[in-house]
Ligand binder design. Structure first.
Ligand code: HEC
Length: 238
């Protein structure tokens, strides 16, 4: 019996360890109601990601409308690849070039937040670290041996791995060279970007959230009316 218990305990703890992964999982904090944050995320996405990735199931005009960006501003600030505002957000890079240059084609990111989850994305964007063994000079704790370079280095700076005593296990990351943003500012920028990616994966969610409140209001109103009606009926009975 004792042995069984010990086995179970061991299993439970190893499951806990496995789910923690490298222990550097970050939580993404974003708010789909916060249009300013989503707009900042959209700007980061267009500036830093669309050189390689597209979000081809989404149109610029749709983003502009949902995030409350006037179309003129959207054309000026979002649409660097010179497409029309009604066009889908495709990248200028051809997939075959991407594959040739990086060894793996940069995937379309329209629904990546649904596939990977927001916390995974935040962790991914925050755990690039210098690794001279990789062709890009960086590796990633969340996506080991990833082919993507650390495109946000200018903002985050460069991190290096801190190794445990065995010289192999990575215990954490530390800043080797600071970027334009400090740690908290970079975390906030990543949250904006992840919020935008979550929105991309499910744009109707914004509408659904707004609709949710209307439905609740309607139900409250309806319950109140029903209650009034009930009172009215029972008045005669009593
Ligand atoms: C210089 C080209 C380049 C740029 C710019 C770039 N990426 Fe990537 N990205 C790649 C490549 C190549 C891969 C494929 C990596 C692999 O499979 O090893 C990738 C993979 C990814 C993945 C993993 C997708 C998956 O589920 O496998 C995510 C998420 C991602 N990129 C997000 C971003 C974001 C967000 C930005 C902007 C901040 C960005 N990328 C900018 C080249 C790029």
């Amino acid at each position: 019996m004792k042995r069984l218990l010990a086995c179970l305990l061991l299993l439970a703890s190893s499951a806990a360890l496995a789910s923690e992964g490298h222990g550097l999982m970050y939580h993404a904090e974003y708010d789909l109601h916060d249009k300013a944050s989503l707009q900042r995320g959209a700007r980061l996405f267009v500036n830093y990601c669309m050189g390689c990735h597209g979000a081809s199931m989404m149109r610029y005009s749709h983003v502009a409308r949902d995030l409350g960006i006037p179309e003129k501003v959207a054309v000026k600030n979002l649409n660097f690849t010179g497409q029309k505002v009604g066009d889908p957000m495709i990248t200028a890079m051809r997939p075959e070039d991407g594959k040739a240059w990086f060894g793996a084609p940069p995937p379309d990111l329209t629904v990546v937040a649904r596939a990977r989850g927001a916390d995974w994305l935040a962790s991914y964007l925050r755990t690039f670290y210098l690794d001279p063994k990789r062709p890009t000079g960086v590796n990633n704790l969340t996506f080991p041996d990833v082919a993507m370079p650390h495109v946000l280095w200018e903002l985050q700076g460069w991190q290096r791995a801190v190794y445990a005593e065995d010289g192999k296990t990575i215990e954490g990351l530390e800043l080797a060279r600071p970027g334009k943003l400090d740690e908290a500012e970079y975390a906030a920028a990543v949250n904006d970007l992840v919020g935008f990616l979550v929105y991309l994966g499910e744009p109707v969610r914004l509408e659904r959230l707004a609709l949710g409140w209307k439905v609740i209001l309607f139900l409250l109103l309806f319950s109140w009316l029903a209650w009034l009606l009930k009172k009215e009926y029972w008045r005669d009975v009593h």
